[in-house]
Design a protein around this ligand. Sequence first.
Ligand SMILES: [Zn+2]
Length: 317
Amino acid sequence: MSACCVFLGEALGDYHFGESHPFGPHRYAAFKQEFDRRQLAKAVHIMAPAVASTQELALFHTPDYIDTVQRMSQSGAGYLDGGDTPARRGIFAAAARVVGTTLAAVTAVIDGECRRAFVPVAGLHHARRDAAAGFCVFNDCGVAIEALRQHHGLRRVLYVDIDAHHGDGVFYSFDDDPDLFIVDFHEDGRYLYPGTGRENETGRGEAAGSKLNVPLPPDAGDALALSRWEKCEDFIRRVQPEFILLQCGADSVAGDPITHLRLSVAFHGEIAARLGRLADELCAGRVVAMGGGGYNLDNLALAWNNVIEGLLESKTE
Ligand SMILES: [Zn+2]
């Protein structure tokens, strides 16, 4: 079994909203250039992107919403939400490819082809079951959680999110689900989109206590974030997940143009390594990491490759 699969392919970079949008067309290329510079191809198993079928999208999304995206993607006019997420021509196929690639990563890890996996550009955590939001058309994290349950027979899944924005599309789609555990670090919602993720939100009804929101003040750095992480490791050991998903958005790193946190790119590598060690202890090493946000290309390139190195650094049997 190889230690880590990384999904590479120019086609993943088709998921973007044009030159003048923060989620622009150069994110994949920036990541790949740094991946090549570090010669990581020698250390990982490279796999190709895949496209999700409509049935796979419907594991999480409503049929009406899938139809709407397909129709608007043909015209390429207007917005899929209130004004953040343009209906760019071809966005349906590009978004379905992001989802299909995350699903392929989950399958590769479940099948034992590799112990962990990384998918750049994926981690579109704001999309709801029936709506686009915050640059996210289809929520590959949500589809992956449903696939782990419905296709692979797992129940206890841990979703960790260190993107600067609260992963509201995942959180509120599973807030009454007692077996979907969440650890979500984000900039305090009083200062940043989407405004949610208060510490006292831990899940509804019988799911109370299954989610951990960790809002950080604007300007928070590694020392504060790592001190908050310690408590999360106790939580993760207690909930005993069968599989771990990591959304490692690089927009929480200092210098991002649309957020205010001041983490370093080392934080992302550190969390990946720590999660890898926890996964070895709890769930046969199974971690799938998804790139997430990040609108400063240098930060994104360094943070995402640090995540790959962090996943590799933890032991491999
Ligand atoms: Zn973000």
